[in-house]
Design a protein around this ligand. Structure first.
Ligand SMILES: Nc1ncnc2c1ncn2[C@@H]1O[C@H](COP(=O)(O)OP(=O)(O)OP(=O)(O)O)[C@@H](O)[C@H]1O
Ligand SMILES: [Mg+2]
Length: 244
């Protein structure tokens, strides 16, 4: 049985059809890469799945629960957590306080929350930054903090919106290793939007290609990257924010 099932999802913004009739399923422990040109509807899809937006049509089923239109905090508490393409740390707090705040819904003692949060910061390589103000973090650090805040919620399903964007190649490797470990060691299911094709090829079990709000193709990374329609719609052009 699939852990996440999206069926017939459509979303419009005034005249614009951002998503039309999107269908896909993801199994427990699977890694689904999501690619497509700028404006294809990838982030909008995450907004619908994570509850930030209610779709005009269709359903989102997580486990045995229909979560369509449920508020984001309820979906997060149920175990489906997303990161934001644009990082939004609380700048007047330390890195550790940011992680603790994210972990708080788990209703544990302050001491356990701090311990769990420190563990998560160590895991993403921010242990040495715990007592720095979040505004002091460089871009790569902010991306790691965004990931740490998501992990502090102990997700079953993690939705990653361009976690590698803005990182130089040497900074990407540890993040990719961490994502692989999340699946191997924790059994976490991952959906990741990414423009960096080397990362998509390396991590994905399956790839979903969106174009103009529709599923253009889905299959193994090899299948979709050799699909002439995908090459024409996406791979033929130089993505705006990929550096390699
Ligand atoms: N809140 C909104 N109000 C109006 N239009 C929106 C809103 N959010 C997204 N859109 C529009 O919907 C379309 C899809 O946007 P979306 O952000 O989902 O694309 P994307 O695939 O994530 O692109 P990128 O690769 O640039 O991040 C775009 O045309 C965008 O301008
Ligand atoms: Mg986007």
């Amino acid at each position: 049985m699939s852990l996440l099932s999206v069926s017939g999802v459509g979303k419009g913004f005034r005249g614009l059809r951002a998503l039309s009739d999107v269908d896909f399923q993801v199994g427990q422990g699977e890694i689904l890469g999501i690619i497509g040109p700028n404006g294809a509807g990838k982030t909008t899809l995450f907004n619908v799945v994570s509850g930030a937006l209610t779709p005009d049509t269709g359903r989102v089923v997580f486990g045995d629960r229909d979560v369509t239109g449920s508020p984001p905090d309820r979906i997060a508490r149920a175990g489906m957590v997303r990161t934001f393409q644009l990082m939004r740390p609380f700048g007047s707090m330390t890195v550790l306080e940011n992680a603790v705040l994210a972990a708080q819904h788990r209703r544990r003692s302050p001491r356990d929350l701090r311990k769990d949060s420190m563990d998560v910061l160590e895991r993403v390589g921010l242990g040495d930054w715990a007592y720095h103000n979040a505004t002091e973090l460089p871009t790569a650090g902010l991306k790691r903090l965004e990931l740490a805040r998501a992990l502090a919620m102990r997700p079953k399903v993690l939705l990653l919106d361009e976690v590698l964007a803005g990182l130089v190649p040497a900074e990407r490797e540890p993040v990719l290793d961490l994502l692989a470990a999340l699946r191997e060691e924790d059994g976490t299911t991952l959906l990741f939007i990414e423009h960096i094709m080397a990362a998509v090829m390396r991590l994905s079990d399956r790839v979903l290609v969106l174009d103009q709000g529709r599923v253009l193709a889905s299959g193994s990374a090899e299948e979709v990257t050799s699909d002439p329609r995908v090459i024409e719609a996406y791979l033929g052009e130089e993505p705006a924010d990929a550096e390699d």
